[in-house]
Write a protein that binds this ligand. Structure first.
Ligand SMILES: Nc1ncnc2c1ncn2[C@@H]1O[C@H](COP(=O)(O)OP(=O)(O)OP(=O)(O)O)[C@@H](O)[C@H]1O
Ligand SMILES: [Mg+2]
Length: 317
């Protein structure tokens, strides 16, 4: 069977939700856009589903996406643990991590090497000033920046869009103390440079990424996910120059593929959700598999069994 055929076997049985009642003994249930959390006193059981969100809306599911994201994040946590402590305790199942519970900072720290995606849309609409981060004159879509920049956003409640914000306004509103924010920015820059170097070894450009951090007993730790295809953009390095010179879209190994497809359908987070043909879902599943193979140096192997069943087995419920 080809990889696509194996992924197709999961198209209609993929892992979209968990039975929260059955898992209730693990802690208080919180349903994020992609993850289901069971929150205990000091620890969280975090289950990564196959749900796909874009523009802050859950839209469909992508076969095996949860396991792929989890594998990439677990790998990247190991590769960056010397820079910043992270929340990972153990991986009881390909879709599950047991983590330390933190007080999440109410911001997301977005680090960028290139000007693209929402920042490019902001530049075009001349609203990028909100970040209070200077950009070079005459910037073009996808252009590389000599120095990475941080364009933070607020972390909104479910159903509300994250809002762009500046370092100054984060401090003015007292969202994070200056000492913690300075540390978070410093760590985020170091993490990005590490992720960028590791990606480059695999012929990839880490274009931009989003970090979430939290505090445990006053110590800053990395939480949620890191350097995945959901939280980052990756481009094929060898194709960058020619495509940039020609003004063509980059070869993308991330969620941006589906954002572009959605924009083509006239969807940007408002109104009726378009129907996702199976081929579009499989195309994205293959993209996530290719990124897994590059970053981990081994192919992703789709599970033989139904994911939900093995999740309940692993958690002994
Ligand atoms: N170690 C941790 N301690 C506390 N919260 C955490 C930890 N790791 C992740 N989280 C939180 O768990 C949630 C993960 O869920 P998910 O990734 O599905 O959500 P999201 O799409 O990022 O945002 P939302 O929660 O607003 O839906 C996030 O709100 C994240 O901040
Ligand atoms: Mg998240």
């Amino acid at each position: 069977m080809t990889l696509r055929e194996e992924l197709a076997r999961h198209l209609h049985s993929n892992f979209v939700s968990v039975d929260a009642e059955r898992l209730g003994g693990l802690g208080k249930h919180y349903k994020g856009k992609v993850r289901d959390l069971f929150i205990g006193d000091d620890e969280i059981v975090m289950i990564t589903s196959d749900r796909l969100s874009a523009f802050d809306v859950v839209l469909t599911s992508i076969p095996c996406k949860g396991a792929i994201l989890n594998a990439i994040a677990v790998n990247a946590f190991a590769q960056t643990a010397d820079i910043c402590a992270n929340h990972l305790i153990e991986v009881p199942h390909p879709n599950i991590v047991r983590v330390r519970k933190a007080d999440a900072l109410p911001i997301e720290i977005v680090v960028r090497r290139h000007v693209t995606g929402s920042l490019w849309r902001d530049v075009e609409a001349d609203r990028h000033g909100v970040y209070e981060v200077p950009l070079p004159e005459g910037i073009r879509k996808d252009q590389r920046l000599d120095d990475i920049i941080i364009t933070p956003s607020t972390k909104a409640e479910i159903g509300v869009h994250d809002e762009p914000i500046s370092r100054r306004v984060i401090l003015e509103r007292g969202l994070v103390s200056e000492a913690v924010l300075d540390k978070a920015y410093d760590v985020a820059r170091k993490l990005f440079l590490r992720g960028e170097a590791l990606a480059a070894e695999q012929g990839l450009i880490l274009v931009d990424t989003k970090y979430e951090m939290g505090l445990i007993d006053g110590e800053l730790i990395l939480i949620d996910e890191i350097h995945t295809a959901d939280s980052s953009r990756y481009w094929i390095a060898s194709e960058f120059d020619a495509r940039f010179a020609a003004g063509e879209p980059q070869a993308m190994l991330d969620k941006e593929n589906i954002r572009q497809w959605l924009i083509g359908q006239g969807y940007m987070g408002e109104g009726e959700i378009p129907h996702f043909p199976d081929d579009v879902r499989l195309d994205l599943a293959e993209v996530y598999c290719r990124l897994h193979e590059r970053l981990l140096g081994r192919p992703f192997v789709p599970p033989a069994r139904d994911v939900a069943e093995t999740v309940y087995e692993a958690l002994a419920v």
